[in-house]
Design a protein around this ligand. Sequence first.
Ligand SMILES: Nc1nc2c(c(=O)[nH]1)N[C@H]1C(S)=C(S)[C@@H](COP(=O)(O)OP(=O)(O)OC[C@H]3O[C@@H](n4cnc5c(N)ncnc54)[C@H](O)[C@@H]3O)O[C@H]1N2
Ligand code: MOO
Length: 435
Amino acid sequence: MTDNSNDAPVAAGPEPAPGSRRSGRPALRPVAEQLARVLDTIGTIAPIELALLDAQGLLLAEEVHADAPLPGFDNAAMDGYAVRAVDLRQATEDHPVVLPVVGDVMAGARSMSGMGPGLCMRIMTGAAIPPGADAVIPLEDTDRGVARVAIHRPIRTGECVRRTGEDLPAGALALGQGAILGPQQIALLAAVGHDRVLVQPRPRVVVISTGSELVDVGRRAGFGEVSDSNSYMLAAAARDAGADAYRVGIIPDDHARLLDVLDSQLLRADVIITSGGVSMGTADIVKEALSQIGTVEFTTVAMQPGSPQGFGTLGHEKTPIFCLPGNPAAALVSFEVFARPAIRKLLGKRTVQRQTVEATALERMESPDGKRQYRRGLLHREPDGRYSVSLIGGHGSHLIAAMAASNCLVVLNEDVTEVSPGSRVTVQPLMLAQR
Ligand SMILES: Nc1nc2c(c(=O)[nH]1)N[C@H]1C(S)=C(S)[C@@H](COP(=O)(O)OP(=O)(O)OC[C@H]3O[C@@H](n4cnc5c(N)ncnc54)[C@H](O)[C@@H]3O)O[C@H]1N2
Ligand code: MOO
């Protein structure tokens, strides 16, 4: 559809006079301003109730209290004998106290008889302390007797006893609103008996590729045809960001088809992402079709790759739509810069941006003046713990193999035109996130 001629770093010249040949170039919007517009538009999704394991990685949208104490009853911390501490006062290594064993208490036993003075019961870890006992002597400190047991040391009251409510008293707050549900938090929810919880759901992200040259994977691309890699890449990126992704696939360059598909996808989408069709070509269908609706703004952002961008909302629910450029690296970079933070915000995350690191540039790097450049790079961790980074492939945003060999984006700010080897640069790692 469109060529890649403006992939090369563009040297900033003086502003062209109105009416000059270059005056057709759109004014560039700073990355930060576009991101602020995006994030201002992104609202919230109503919380939903999910089964515990489906809630993994999500934010709790309610307070959860313990209805009952945790642990729910005094129980043994060790396998041994339930005893009364007072009975063992005289016990020593050489002169053990010998007590009759009047029963066994197994973990899970629902009822039990009490235990009189001068007696003991065999008990398993986790089993309820029988009435009358106040400590558990571990097996190792006894002769492990069955009918009678010799105990070789004294014991403190409460030793090896896990007290009712010592983890959480009845009525206490187990988890607050906004807690992130990892395995530990899921354990606590299960422990206090919650099998379902109210959470901020994963945003449902619908991914659409546009372009009549595209063919779906599995069909061999003939001359002039291109395999649709963007919808797979963007669906994977959306999932990596924490969303549930729905890959709709390819829409050819046809206004009515595009608008129909968008309309039907609004039913299930919290976010729509398209790629392709946003530049200047005659078949740049997304821009043409959506500009007419008036709720999606097409703009040129001061970044490379990813300068042509559309963003706005669609439908009654004002569903956010990102219209990303078609070149694969441009699509991924603009996803990272704009769509990923939006998905993180919808998830309720406090930090929506990826962490960046400072790294030593291993080579000279160039960047167009006035644009923020995102180069694909390889980030290494040196033995001293510091990072260094080299570039992978050229700046061409059609280079998919180079993108696949990279593990980070090297961010060269608007005012940077050249970085000499050994200088520090900002790097945005593209590691897999936790969902
Ligand atoms: N005259 C101008 N031409 C172009 C400009 C410009 O400012 N003036 N900008 C260039 C830049 S920068 C980019 S990025 C692209 C954006 O183009 P579109 O969003 O309109 O994308 P297409 O033209 O549809 O495709 C561009 C390129 O990417 C390939 N592509 C598209 N979709 C996919 C997909 N799903 N999977 C794999 N590859 C895809 C497509 O085949 C093209 O090669 O515009 C420049 N042109
Ligand atoms: O420079 Mo374009 O935004 O190919 O990516």
